[in-house]
Design a binder for this molecule. Structure first.
Ligand code: LLP
Length: 391
């Protein structure tokens, strides 16, 4: 991802910053669009993964829809020009204000996560003279075999409507004059690397689709969510295997004629296109540990502190020394007053010095968007490379 010129250009820049490779982003989008086209699958981008303006621009231009989880994301999607017929709104806690705004914007559909929410949307639609298209988010109790903090499709998770509540849900749909049922929605978790998990999901989707059909509902949309993982251990130019991913759904979903299959991908589209670039502030060599203290911390990239997530760490300033046998083990930490502010323990790097550029790779998804201003940290910047898109 980094050329020698990039690295010499960094000398002029204040750190930390997110460094985007828009070229890689476009290649990834193209690979996804090409693979989806083969089966006529529809892809919505899960905006929560990254809503950097240039990233959104590229995704909108690639023709994807937007999967939103807040009123803020819905209005941002519409503001940057996503087609309102391709905007969906999910989330377990949609406020009345957010629902009304989405009704007034006439988005494609609400992915509804409780029976009470159905009732509220119906009531608000009536008051505001609108109809609401709804898909029922079902919790299928399928294990995604990923980190427990990013698992969403088990009975114990707060997401979706559980199978035992579906009869009451169907009844509510029948009674709700303002609601148009469009289909069923699922999302079982994120950073899924074992694709067999999706076969299990397909089996459940087929069962639930039949359940609704048997009760006289037309299931126009099967939305199977997102979750496709990326390879954090190989960040260089890795484009996820969209073909293999979509093929599973082609092989295992029972798709009726005129039925649409929708996906909500976040991480797989944007994960590899950015790195967090920082400078080394200090190196502390101790008896038990050596520490590299960066000017970036959990306030810029929270994933390691929150999920013990792995991001490959490289010392860009000493790249030519990586082959040396005498690598040193460092704990790579940030400046925040928390012991969890650690990006990696016992990371092997060439001898590292104050002022070196250290980068955390694969930071395009759930990186910049999850930054906080804890410790009143200064605002971070974004830097773009390769084919900058016109504003
Ligand atoms: N659809 C729904 C309903 C979701 O909740 C999510 C992610 C997605 C789609 C997109 O999932 P993806 O394709 O990106 O895996 N902050 C965590 C990930 C949280 C995922 C939340 N939901 C992390 O940094 O790993």
């Amino acid at each position: 991802m980094f050329s020698s010129k990039d690295i010499s250009d960094f000398a002029e820049l204040e750190t930390p910053f997110y460094y985007y490779d828009l070229n890689l982003l476009q290649q990834t989008l193209l690979a996804c669009a090409d693979a989806a086209k083969v089966y006529n699958f529809h892809v919505h981008y899960a905006m929560k993964a990254n809503f950097n303006p240039k990233v959104l621009d590229a995704i909108k231009l690639a023709g994807l829809g937007a999967d939103c989880v807040s009123g803020g994301e819905v209005s941002k999607a519409l503001e940057v020009g996503f087609d309102k017929r391709k905007v969906v709104f999910a989330g377990v806690g949609k406020s009345d204000k957010e629902i009304v705004a989405a009704l007034n914007s006439d988005i494609f559909c609400f992915n509804v996560e409780s029976i009470q929410e159905l009732e509220v949307i119906n009531g608000l639609a009536e008051i505001h003279g609108r109809r609401a298209r709804v898909a029922i988010r079902i919790n299928p109790n399928v294990d995604a075999h990923t980190h427990h903090n990013i698992t969403t499709g088990l009975d114990e998770n707060k997401f979706g409507i559980n199978s035992w509540d579906l009869p009451a849900c169907a009844e509510m749909l029948r009674q709700s004059a303002q609601l148009d049922f469009v289909g069923i929605h699922f999302h079982i978790g994120s950073q899924i690397t074992n694709l067999d998990v999706y076969k299990n999901l397909c089996v459940r989707v087929n069962e639930f689709a039949s359940w609704f059909e048997e009760r006289g509902f037309l299931v126009k949309v099967l939305n199977v969510g997102g979750g496709l993982g990326i390879d954090y251990h190989n960040p260089d130019n890795q484009i996820p295997d969209f073909e293999a991913y979509f093929k599973i759904f082609r092989d295992f979903l029972e798709v009726r004629p005129n039925q649409e299959v929708h996906f909500e991908l976040g991480r797989a589209l944007v994960g590899q296109c950015a790195s967090l670039v920082s400078r080394v502030l200090y190196v502390k060599n101790g008896k038990k540990k050596n520490f590299v203290i960066l000017d970036a911390g959990m306030t810029e990239l929270m994933r390691p502190a929150l999920y013990q997530a792995y991001h490959q760490i490289e010392n860009l300033s000493r790249r030519e020394h990586v082959q040396l046998a005498n690598l040193i083990k460092y704990d790579i930490v940030g400046p925040i007053c928390e012991s969890t502010d650690c990006f990696g323990k016992e990371v092997e790097l060439p001898e590292t010095f104050r002022g070196d550029f250290v980068t955390l790779r694969s930071a395009g998804a759930y990186g910049e968007v999850m930054a906080s201003n804890y410790n009143l940290r200064n605002e971070m910047r974004s830097v773009y490379t390769v084919n900058e898109l016109a504003d």
